[in-house]
Ligand binder design. Structure first.
Ligand SMILES: O=C(O)CCC(=O)N[C@@H](CCC(=O)O)C(=O)O
Ligand SMILES: [Zn+2]
Length: 346
């Protein structure tokens, strides 16, 4: 069924059609930009000529309560629709989970960011709307990147905010690279995005950003921009530098001066990804302990049933601790700082 198009706010439209399944519609703006609404929460901007040779995916609301990235994408989409911004790059915006936005929660039935790269099909016969949506989003991203030559720069920023405070307000998760080197240019672009701290995953995951790396050969990152807050409680001035860099990528492409030098980038290597396996999983530190808090070797971090979990080395720090995750899912990451010169960066 075709819906009035173009409507005056894509986020509101997407929240009205929260699980998608809509017929694609397109329009051409006065400035020659083609806009394709592939589905609810899936909108693509094609410049008349992709001068920048950058194909950029910006996703938000993989978790519905992480509102600051949703507000950023909403503002960028509206500015592009009003022709206040003229893209030189192809941009695909994904408002991943409008249903979770509508209930103000991380997810409705299942954590969408554990459903990519086949996660949506694990567990015999288990089907839910987040699994179907995750699979559909994989298709949109695959088709978006496949539509242009592999010589284009392919980038995917999956924009999040974190549940806890963090010693580093903004940081990116650099997904496992399957043995390929890390990109100096991408690290510098992240620093220019006001994201000077990077976490290197130690193996494959079922996150959205790893899907784009592993299945689309894109530069994909989970970008943590701040703290989870309800709509209207974000101090959007804290995201000004990030938003202006996103505008620069959209309007000038990745060949913009990725200003900051690598020397300003801090890198951590994930040491362990600790899953909750028992009903009685408890963290041994309070909720106000921030991401990147270091512990001493031998400190008790958590108990998984009767199994104690200790810090294995002095300075081992915690990331994303969450005792409420589903059984079998990640309850925390531990990381150690690593020197740039020890990494395979090109
Ligand atoms: O603050 C938290 O506990 C989680 C914040 C968040 O949603 N982080 C992502 C990280 C994904 C990745 O490891 O690339 C997630 O947990 O899905
Ligand atoms: Zn998130």
């Amino acid at each position: 069924m075709l819906h009035s198009w173009p409507h005056d706010n894509f986020l509101a439209f997407s929240r009205q059609h929260e699980w998608g399944g809509l017929t694609a519609q397109s329009t051409t703006l006065n400035n020659g930009v083609t806009v394709i609404q592939h589905d609810s929460g899936v909108i693509e901007f094609q410049p008349a000529e992709n001068i920048a040779k950058l194909d950029l995916v910006l996703s938000c609301a993989v978790h519905g309560d992480e509102t600051a990235p949703i507000e950023i994408c909403d503002e960028l989409i509206s500015a592009l629709m009003r022709e206040e911004l003229v893209p030189q790059s192809r941009v695909l915006f994904l408002i991943a989970n409008p249903a979770a936005i509508n209930v103000g929660r991380r997810f409705v039935e299942e954590n969408m960011n554990r459903l990519f790269s086949g996660g949506h099909s694990q567990g015999a016969g288990l089907v839910n709307r987040e699994r179907k949506r995750a699979k559909a989003l994989e298709g949109f991203v695959t088709d978006f990147f496949a539509a242009t030559p592999s010589s284009h720069t392919r980038m995917h920023y999956d924009l999040h905010t974190a549940i806890r405070d963090s010693k580093h307000e903004k940081f990116a998760v650099y997904p496992y690279q399957n043995g390929k080197p890390y990109s100096a240019e991408q690290l510098r672009l992240l620093a220019a995005l006001d994201v000077p701290v990077v976490l290197l995953h130690e193996g494959p995951t079922t996150t959205f950003s790893y899907f784009s790396v592993n299945s689309c050969q894109a530069h994909g990152f989970t970008v943590e921009l701040g703290k989870v807050r309800p709509f209207g409680e974000n101090d959007m001035s804290r995201f000004a530098k990030t938003k202006s860099q996103l505008i620069a990528l959209i309007t000038q492409g990745a060949n913009i001066a990725a200003a900051p030098e690598l020397s300003g980038v801090q890198v951590y290597q994930v040491q362990r990804s600790i899953n909750r396996t028992q009903d009685d999983f408890q963290l041994n530190f309070p909720d106000d302990v921030a991401n990147f808090t270091p512990f001493k070797q031998g400190d008790l971090l958590a108990r998984d049933g009767s199994e104690p979990i200790y810090a294995e080395q002095d300075g081992e720090a915690i990331i994303f601790p969450n005792a409420k995750v589903a059984i079998g899912q990640r309850a925390l990451l531990t990381v150690m700082p690593v020197a740039l010169q020890h990494l395979n960066i090109v």
